[in-house]
Design a protein. Structure first.
Length: 320
């Protein structure tokens, strides 16, 4: 970006009053067809297993986040920038997104829809199979077509499993329009530094946090050091996963640890997507950082209690 917000100008977390006009959110990320299969046990090589439950619907991290934001903040206008295939699963996914209240004007249609197969055992163990082709990924041309939406948004979520050139271009439009930018995941190279320089919020799991910061993340102290590094780059809020424990939300002058839910996890798929949706909802509500983390953690905890990554969330108390 030609002009970057200085870390000093972005250090204090911003507590805003709830929006009086309709807030706008744009999610840049992946859309796919989800096939979720639950079996009591996985078969050995050459064997078979009975599928106890099967679900097919719109999925992908970008689509899940967009749907989650809409559920948590029903008054928000939520647009998805993604790719669905020019095929029957793509059309079905588009219709599901519309039914969920998502603006799909900037969902490109080409090739085959990406397929995500989520195989879950009765003990909540997951195996994920992905068929994601290059044509199902966003291009700079797709981003250019969404320039007006990105430049006019209040919050833009960049799901970092997309090609770097498309992400940087989206960040540029969002930054120039004054949006609050939420990064989800990790990216390497020069693009990482450029995206971190304009991020208001950074969300990552432990492996992603290591990629972003160079800190090997295994303990809560490791997570704290990684978060401090990201805050030093200018982020207002950093939310990082502590392996097997929970999530640590940090901001200038404060932090809050949010333990994982105590209930048995049915399927971990989509927990991180719901967490990001919760962050966005908290931002739109003008909540303080600790409360934003709480909303996000509650959304994630709810999602992992159900099969599949598709969220089924209720607005937080502030929105009811």
């Amino acid at each position: 970006m030609d002009e970057q917000r200085s870390p000093e100008s972005r250090q204090q977390p911003e507590t805003r009053q709830p929006e009086t006009r309709q807030p706008t959110v744009v999610v840049v990320g992946h859309a796919a067809r989800d096939l979720v299969l639950r079996a009591d046990d996985l078969p050995a090589a050459g064997g078979s297993a009975v599928v106890e439950e099967r679900i097919e619907r719109l999925g992908g991290k970008g689509a899940n986040i967009a749907v989650g934001v809409r559920q948590l903040h029903p008054s928000a206008a939520v647009a998805l920038v993604a790719v669905l295939g020019d095929d029957a699963p793509g059309e079905s996914g588009r219709r599901e997104a519309v039914a969920a209240g998502i603006d799909v004007a900037h969902v490109a249609r080409r090739g085959d829809t990406a397929l995500l197969v989520d195989v879950v055992t009765g003990e909540g163990e997951r195996r994920l199979l992905e068929h994601v082709t290059p044509e199902s990924q966003l291009t700079p041309a797709d981003i250019d077509a969404a320039e007006a939406a990105l430049a006019g948004a209040d919050v833009v979520v960049l799901q970092l499993q997309q090609p770097a050139d498309a992400l940087v271009r989206a960040a540029r439009f969002a930054f120039e329009g004054g949006a609050r930018i939420v990064l989800d995941g990790a990216i390497e190279g020069d693009e990482r530094d450029e995206l971190l320089s304009v991020a208001d919020v950074v969300r990552a799991d432990a492996a992603e946090a290591s990629i972003l910061t160079g800190v090997e993340v295994a303990t809560r102290d490791d997570v704290r050091r990684a978060a401090e590094g990201l805050l030093g780059r200018g982020a207002r809020i950093v939310a990082l996963a502590v392996p097997d424990e929970g999530d640590l939300v940090c901001w200038s002058g404060g932090e809050r640890f949010l333990p994982h839910v105590e209930q048995r996890v049915v399927d971990p798929t989509g927990g991180g997507d719901a967490f990001v949706a919760g962050i966005v909802a908290g931002l739109l509500l003008g909540a303080e950082p600790g409360r934003i983390g709480e909303i996000a953690s509650e959304a994630a905890g709810s999602t992992v209690q159900r099969l599949g990554g598709h969220p089924e969330l209720s607005p937080p108390a502030e929105q009811e």
